[in-house]
Design a protein around this ligand. Structure first.
Ligand SMILES: NC(=O)C1=CN([C@@H]2O[C@H](COP(=O)(O)OP(=O)(O)OC[C@H]3O[C@@H](n4cnc5c(N)ncnc54)[C@H](O)[C@@H]3O)[C@@H](O)[C@H]2O)C=CC1
Ligand SMILES: O=C([O-])CC(=O)C(=O)O
Length: 353
């Protein structure tokens, strides 16, 4: 059996290969290689990279040809995840960062930061029940972003998104770096679910379906606009009830099925990569990129709201109007706004208090 000191040596050896403070050792090995690194592309950091979402998200981002450098940060387990993912024969160079003392290195020079750090729900919990733990995590991470990569686009996944995005905004305001165009709460999973469930009802390919989902990312704040589905289709009242309920409670469906082992991770990683890829294509200068996201907004009287946004080099370049709503959706919007207002206020006062 390996002794404690043997195990420690082995961990130190592994860490030296993958962590930046061991650059000397890594250089020795790399001096034998011809790789120069620095392929064209964007530098992306994932904060919470060793988690249930973080790992598949890291794997999928390593496969994205727009990414040249991928930084994986977590408070645990990044050496192993980094070693594993770095063996994939795709272009992005992967570097691991472990613990708060390496957070600044993880963020320096980064174009896009994706944040799935924080605790997930267990059955019986609401997303708001995660506030007490995740609010502090998001605050700490955003303080470091403000210092180390204030111009980066931020994709915030940690729940409750309805409150964590206002928290991030307040942290950036305090630091004097707030640019509302660069802070985006990720609600893509709601769109992904809506497309899937609607396609099932219609009997079509989900890739051909586009459902705008507006409002926020929790229960009744998730408002699918089924009247605006593409391709156009008119649903029966029964179908509308079924679809609205399934889309609003998609997260809970997964939490209950996982029975205490967490919440959506694989579909979320897929959705996060779909969204991050849209942000990177927009950063590259591609035109006509429109996605739903929870952002600073004037679409309603609330300071934050999820709706379709046109993305560009600077982040959110235009927020599209909600478009015509039917009576059912108007009623849903009023209910959503009430809950959203409270969640936004809770986030803001967490920082201002
Ligand atoms: N926006 C959305 O649509 C969705 C959001 N989520 C949320 O994403 C979050 C993460 O979910 P999972 O990956 O399933 O959780 P997880 O517990 O599997 O992973 C979270 C990771 O965050 C890390 N972490 C904790 N504190 C940290 C810190 N201070 N700095 C860096 N990393 C830290 C943990 O070590 C862990 O590896 C949860 O809050 C969950 O509710 C989940 C699904 C969908
Ligand atoms: O439901 C949860 O707690 C995780 C989440 O946000 C989702 O799956 O939409």
């Amino acid at each position: 059996m390996e002794s404690n000191s043997g195990a420690n040596d082995r961990i130190a050896r592994i860490a030296r290969h993958f962590l930046p403070q061991a650059e000397g050792d890594v250089c020795l090995r790399r001096s034998h290689c011809r790789a120069k690194g620095g392929a064209p592309g964007f530098k992306v950091a994932i904060l919470g990279a060793a988690g249930g979402i973080g790992q598949p998200l890291a794997m999928l981002m390593k496969m994205n040809p727009l990414v040249s450098v991928l930084h994986l940060y977590d408070v645990v387990n990044t050496p192993g995840v980094t070693a594993d993912i770095s063996h994939m024969d795709t272009g992005a160079v992967v570097r691991g960062f472990l613990g708060q003392q390496q957070l600044a290195d993880a963020l320096t020079g980064v174009d896009l930061v994706i944040i799935p750090a924080g605790v997930p729900r267990k059955p019986g919990m609401t997303r708001d029940d995660l506030f007490n733990i995740n609010a502090g995590i998001v605050k700490t991470l955003c303080e470091a972003i403000a210092k180390c990569c204030p111009k980066a686009i931020v994709n915030l996944i940690s729940n409750p998104v309805n409150s964590t995005v206002p928290i991030a905004a307040e942290v950036f305001k305090r630091a004097g770096t707030y640019d509302p165009k660069r802070l985006l709460g990720v609600t893509m999973l709601d769109v992904v679910r809506a497309n899937t469930f609607v396609a099932e009802v219609l009997g079509v390919d989900p890739r051909d379906v586009d459902v705008p989902v507006v409002g926020g990312h929790a229960g009744i704040t998730i408002l699918p606009l089924l009247s605006q589905v593409k391709p156009p289709f008119s649903f029966t009242p029964k179908e509308i009830e079924y679809l609205s309920d399934r889309i609003q409670n998609g997260g809970t469906e997964v939490v209950e099925a996982k029975a205490g082992a967490g919440s959506a991770t694989l579909s979320m990683a897929y959705a996060a990569v779909k969204f991050a890829d849209a942000c990177l294509r927009a950063l590259r200068g591609d035109a006509g990129i429109i996605e739903c996201a929870y952002v600073a907004s004037q679409v309603t009287e609330l300071p934050f709201f999820a709706s379709k946004a046109r993305l560009g080099r600077g982040g959110v370049e235009e927020i599209l109007p909600l478009g015509p709503l039917n009576d059912y959706e108007r009623e849903g919007l009023e209910k959503a706004k009430k809950e959203l207002a409270a969640s936004i206020e809770k986030g803001i006062s967490f920082i201002r208090k």
